[in-house]
Design a protein around this ligand. Structure first.
Ligand SMILES: [Mg+2]
Ligand SMILES: [Zn+2]
Length: 220
């Protein structure tokens, strides 16, 4: 299995707007509680407090919201892409139940293990680069944008020792609870917001929408 899995919930023609920044959100520990092991089905999904309202706040502030999540149980053979899509459909429904504006523009998943050496598993930036291409460029045909499934996320050489690169949009942001999230965000030049896995996105959403906030310091 090659490439990253993409699911899109928003009407993309409306979302395609190069002037809008993207808020990249990790999933476990940012939108929902992480678990020992994995979230193995919709019934194991528990939103963190204020997650729906926070996504709504980002959308109302003009951000596109793109979830980027490592889910190696797929390539470990524990469950398949059908289960992954069920979990993310449930995630979207629960966010919308909390806030009618909490529409996710894309949910991108790396299904690989570390040893698969893919371009998408964070801290590699492949999922964020793919999100940028899908949401802000016309590179992908319209049909593909609406089709769930695997999309190429080639491995790129990241110059971790160089200065932080310039982002496609100066307000692009990455919110995560792990160093690998911060690394992936750093590699695309995003503003970085590190959260506690017990608090998640609601603890930083006011900072993300503050254009004066350059995010957290991070050294790769
Ligand atoms: Mg996490
Ligand atoms: Zn991957």
């Amino acid at each position: 299995m090659r490439g990253a899995h993409v699911q899109m919930f928003a009407a993309l023609e409306a979302a395609l707007d190069h002037s809008r920044p993207i808020a990249f959100l990790d999933r476990d520990g940012v939108l929902n509680m992480g678990r020992e092991g994995y979230v193995n089905g919709p019934e194991e999904l528990a939103l963190l407090p204020g997650a729906g309202r926070s996504v709504g706040d980002l959308k109302r502030a003009g951000y596109l919201v793109c979830v980027v999540t490592n889910q190696s149980p797929v390539m470990r053979g524990l469950w398949g892409l059908d289960r992954l899509e069920q979990i993310h459909t449930a995630l979207q429904e629960r966010l919308l139940a909390e806030d009618a504006d909490a529409l996710l523009d894309a949910v991108i998943t790396c299904p690989h293990r570390r040893r698969d050496n893919c371009g998408c598993r964070k801290p590699q930036p492949g999922m964020l680069a793919l999100g940028h291409r899908l949401l802000r460029t016309h590179e992908a045909p319209t049909l593909v944008r609406h089709q769930p499934g695997l999309h190429p996320a080639p491995r790129e050489d990241v110059a971790w020792w160089s200065p932080k690169p310039r982002p496609p949009h100066p307000l692009d942001a990455m919110v995560g609870d792990r160093r690998s999230d911060m690394g992936a965000g750093w590699a695309v030049g995003a503003r970085l917001f590190h959260v506690s896995a017990h608090l998640g996105v609601s603890s930083v959403v006011n900072r993300v929408v503050d254009e004066q906030d350059d995010g957290d310091f991070f050294e790769p």
